[in-house]
Design a protein around this ligand. Structure first.
Ligand code: KIV
Length: 270
């Protein structure tokens, strides 16, 4: 359990990096999960657009709409007392124009109750990041594997393997920091590249499939709890088998209903 209920704020994260205190991030998509993860002391609840694949059953994150993000973000915000809620900008919400990025991020803050937004990409989103930060909307960057570019890169595979790609990624991390991002997710890149990025910038890096040298770690909650039914990435550590527990409970319930063991016989009035 968290040792303090003091609400986490965006400026806390740079200090956490300076103090070398790891940052704990998990995804959340609904109210009860947000309440449980918040009680466990998770620092950031990320309403990732992974919700499209994890809870809506799509093959990619691309069909996720702004309305869906706002709907799930609002549920998570209602369940978070301590953790910072960060909401993903879905596909095309932040990349088409700065005006659209502002309008979309504004909805996630105003209607969804998020404290910050996450935007995938480097150079192409710098103007949007600058503008959002200028008007008071904190931004988390996202480099490495960008699931919204899955067709461009041809699958969910590790990025920045070649030296020139690693150099570009480190440059983009610096540019995101200059643009005002308060942290950067590094997804599926070699551990040594993540180490170099982490050393090159003063804002925290949050790794997923990026090795142990980041300032914090994020996992998709359904993967680490054993709720995802398909294959999960190899770097995921499974902390529970909730899928198995639910299967067993639902099977037992079905048997009880079919054999008339549930509900228990009504008591005769005295
Ligand atoms: O959408 C998401 O859940 C994410 C994390 C995997 C970082 O972007």
């Amino acid at each position: 359990m968290a040792d303090t209920m003091k609400r986490i704020r965006v400026p806390d994260f740079k200090e956490r990096k300076q103090r070398g205190e790891p940052i704990v991030v998990l995804t959340a998509y609904d109210f009860p999960m947000a309440q449980i993860l918040d009680r466990a002391g998770v620092d950031i609840l990320l309403v990732g657009d992974s919700l499209g694949m994890v809870v809506l059953g799509y093959q990619t994150t691309l069909p996720v709409t702004m309305d869906a993000m706002v709907h799930h973000t609002a549920a998570v915000s209602r369940g978070a007392s301590r953790a910072l809620v960060v909401a993903d900008m879905p596909f095309l919400a932040g990349q088409v124009s700065v005006a659209e990025a502002v309008a979309s991020a504004g909805r996630l803050i105003r209607e969804g109750g998020a404290a910050a937004v996450k935007l995938e990409g480097g150079a192409p989103v710098l103007d949007a990041v600058r503008r959002l930060v200028d008007i008071g909307i904190p931004v988390m960057g996202h480099l490495g594997l960008l699931p919204q570019s899955v067709h461009q890169v041809g699958g969910y595979r590790q990025q920045a393997r070649q030296p020139e790609e690693a150099v570009r990624l480190i440059d983009e991390a610096r540019l995101l920091e200059e643009a005002g991002a308060f942290s950067i997710v590094l997804e599926s890149i070699p551990a040594e590249v993540a180490r170099s990025v982490t050393a090159a910038i003063a804002i925290p890096t949050i790794g997923i499939g990026a090795g142990p040298y980041c300032d914090g770690q994020v996992l998709v909650t359904y993967d680490m709890l054993g709720l995802s039914q398909g294959p999960v990435p190899p770097f995921v550590k499974r902390y529970a088998d909730l899928g198995g527990a639910i299967l067993q409970a639902a099977t037992e319930y079905a048997g009880d209903v079919r054999e008339r063991r549930f509900p228990a016989p009504a008591k005769e009035p005295e």
